[in-house]
Design a binder for this molecule. Sequence first.
Ligand code: UD1
Length: 343
Amino acid sequence: MRPKVLVTGGTGYIGSHTILDLLENGCDAVCVDSCINSDTSCLKAIKELTGTEIPFYKADLCDLKATEQVFRDHPDIAGIIHFAALKAVGESVEKPLLYFRNNLESLINILDLSLRYGVKAFIFSSSCTVYGDVTHSPVDENTPWQEAASPYGRTKQIGEQIITDTLRHTDMKSILLRYFNPAGAHPSGKMGESPINPPQNLVPVITETAIGKRKSMTVFGTDYPTRDGSCIRDYIHVCDLAHAHTLALKYIFEGRQDEQTGIFNLGIGNGLTVLEIIEAFQRVTGVSLSYILGDRRPGDVMAIYSDHTKAGRLLGWEPKMTIDDIVSTAWTWEKNRSAAGKS
Ligand code: UD1
């Protein structure tokens, strides 16, 4: 029997790729999203790619009643993957209460319903941002947390603690997945990042600049003590990331997880600088990019990349895509979006 999985934030960037991966790997999916920063076009792409039309609910998880309707309609939900959250670091600094209210209230509601409706597995979309401004990399899951660099980061730290405390004496198990820098798009060219608000992350900024939606872009800081002066991050392809969620659910469903709450880093395990990403984009696509070398962006960590040995050992997860795959799929997606007249 195919386990039924509720994906919150399922029309978002990582959520939509994860639904596809679940359907391709023996699970059924139900999607809930408020669509405040995404639209439902990915559901059409998912249908084209898999032949499956999945149930979709437009609801804000802060609305407990509306969210409960999903559980009433699907009392056989076996697992939850909880992506739904606000994620703009800069906005979180300006509007911390918006972030605390939205990201934490929604988490509390979905946890409450998961427990009341007997869900067995809960996967949480966390982030390497929980490690804060680390002094050395790679970081593994035991690397102590530093002060969160933003209220967004704080909601991930508190979210992890809420889940750990809540599940301690229950029979629901959870996995906290700490993503490094997700990027790239589905190789079909039918799905990718499609935010309503202008993206701030490096790879979509690069592709938007290359296609002419932005005149130029800025490299935030070239005086860091790194090999070329720009920041180092661990860029992981969204399809590799999505597959880790399916493996995490199966790890719990198959009774292989002993601990109540497991924690896994998801990155490629290798750091690249901003200038190296720009170089990879230009080399792979043959498009030259207009960029300027600018000041540091407040709140940026100099360098962070992962040790993902644990995910390899226990989940059997290995990232397959390279930085060249990331930039080429992101570029195909940008061109397709532009041809379809999407801003
Ligand atoms: C941060 C968080 C990540 C979170 C994400 C949400 C950390 C370490 N990472 O990612 O967990 O999920 O925000 O948005 O806290 N850059 C430029 N020019 C640009 C845009 C970015 O130079 O126009 C540089 C940044 O300075 C950074 C790198 O590119 O060095 C990556 O930036 P970005 O894609 O925004 O991700 P993070 O800030 O690393």
